[in-house]
Design a protein around this ligand. Structure first.
Ligand SMILES: [Zn+2]
Ligand SMILES: [Zn+2]
Length: 225
């Protein structure tokens, strides 16, 4: 469908978290990061995991001329290709599950997810506003679900790669798993991401399938907490 309707084309995984004071990237799938974000314009990068479509932008960014760039990431001994061996300006900081870190007024809790590589979701908290970013995952580990039930994110950005399937997929949410998480956590809004072409097509054929608090992400979409 995305070949016919170019509006449905989706670029690799990459989001910006803008606190008004600092800007951070969440994942680095775009290949033109140094054009979009000149040296000094990013305070750091949070990686969910080292699958290539989430980190490939770092392969160019690492040879930039600016000061060091902090990259917060899961404790994955393999990483991706030679990023650890030749990090250039990148400084990797391995995060511990459910051990929050603080950067200025921003508190970040790394949340373990269920995926084929070590993967972290993140709960970002800034002046009582909380947004959880949860991709790539198939369901949620109990620990992560409990943490989120206690900390109640206002907005959740959530993996929904697949339309509803008879058997739950193992690496990504289908819509059944995603709506189950939404119903358990009951945020004000859930934004579905990591959408496949199949999921986009299914959603167009089933326009009433999503409750009003749940919407599909689009490239370039902005969300205010
Ligand atoms: Zn992945
Ligand atoms: Zn992915």
């Amino acid at each position: 469908m995305a070949r016919i309707n170019t509006e449905l084309r989706r670029k690799p995984c990459c989001a910006v978290l803008d606190t008004g004071e600092q800007r951070y990237l969440i994942d680095a799938g775009l290949m033109d990061l140094s054009d979009r974000y000149p040296a000094g314009s990013l305070a750091g990068i949070f990686l969910t995991h080292f699958h290539v479509e989430h980190v490939q932008g770092l392969f160019h960014l690492r040879w930039g001329k600016g000061r060091q760039m902090s990259v917060y990431c899961p404790n994955d001994s393999k990483g991706c290709a030679d990023l650890y061996k030749h990090p250039g300006i990148l400084q990797f900081y391995k995060l511990h599950k459910l051990k929050p870190i603080t950067l200025g007024k921003l508190t970040i809790t790394p949340l373990p997810l269920i995926h084929s590589k070590p993967t972290l979701g993140y709960l970002f908290e800034y002046e009582q506003q909380r947004i959880a970013y949860l991709t790539d995952t198939a369901g949620l580990p109990d620990k992560t679900r409990h943490w989120l039930q206690q900390h109640k994110p206002h907005i959740i950005v959530l993996d929904c790669s697949h339309p509803p399937r008879d058997n739950p997929p193992r690496n990504h949410n289908d819509l059944n798993l995603a709506l189950g998480i939404h119903n358990t956590l009951q945020p004000y809004q859930t934004v579905l991401t990591h959408i496949s072409d199949e999921m986009d097509t299914w959603a167009m054929d089933n326009p009433d399938a999503l409750p009003p608090e749940v919407k599909l992400a689009r490239d370039g979409m902005a969300i205010s907490v």
